[in-house]
Write a protein of this length. Structure first.
Length: 216
């Protein structure tokens, strides 16, 4: 079931969300990712999971055949829809990234930016299997998320009994939210996709990691 607190936090953060992409120390890695990610999806039908304000959609759309992007929050979808995409190349819809209810069928690729870290450890296997069932066999999947970088990442405030970690984040209006944010190891990532992946490759950067795999 969707985490209502997480949905609410990103709803309230929608207009300030993209400031996260302005952090100066992260620019070199972002420049590389903005080329690397679209190159994985040339001519493919891409399911974009929890697309948010469409930051990555705008780079993937010119390379893809079509991007079927979805998110649970209408506020972020409205911002995404304002971006200039190649005509007819992107469809936005409302859907749940945990169950993939409302997500398009028949895609031969998928991308999830900064979603994995918000999934509880106990829910990851269900997410991975639901994703594999949704996509075509042989589909290419790319998962992008944050590495923990001392001095750049928000500090971890709490760890729960199953090992999930949390951060206390402050919105522009001063409101504080506790947000689930996991920082998995390389081994945890490759083990998590092993049941569905034919091959998996992890690119570990200072501020980000990118897991690319092909479905069986
Ligand atoms: C960290 S943001 C990532 C946005 C975008 N993928 C990016 O990389 O810029 C997480 C997104 O997850 C969305 N979200 C939260 N819970 C969700 C759920 N259960 N299903 C789909 N989207 C959800 C939020 O609305 C938010 O847009």
């Amino acid at each position: 079931m969707a985490d209502a607190g997480l949905k609410d936090y990103y709803d309230k953060r929608s207009r300030e969300y993209e400031r996260i992409y302005d952090k100066p120390e992260r620019q070199a890695e972002l420049t590389w990712l903005r080329e690397r990610i679209p190159a994985l999806f040339g001519g493919r039908d891409v399911l974009e999971i929890a697309c948010g304000t469409g930051y990555w959609t705008q780079f993937i759309a010119p390379a893809a055949r079509h991007v079927h992007a979805f998110d649970l929050n209408e506020s972020v979808l409205e911002i995404a829809a304002e971006k200039p995409f190649p005509a007819g190349r992107v469809t936005f819809s409302k859907g749940d990234a945990l169950t993939l209810e409302g997500a398009a069928d028949g895609c031969d690729a998928a991308f999830a930016g900064f979603w994995w870290s918000h999934v509880k450890r106990s829910a990851l296997d269900g997410f991975v299997r639901a994703l594999a069932a949704k996509l075509e066999p042989g589909a290419v999947v790319a998962i992008l998320d944050n590495s923990y970088a001392e001095g750049s990442s928000t500090a971890i405030s709490r760890r729960d009994a199953e090992g999930n970690t949390y951060q206390l984040r402050t919105l522009g209006n001063g409101e504080r939210h506790e947000v689930l944010k996991n920082f998995p190891s390389a081994l945890e990532l490759t083990e998590a996709v092993r049941p569905v992946a034919r091959e998996a490759h992890l690119e570990s950067l200072t501020y980000y990691w990118l897991l690319v795999f092909t479905l069986k």
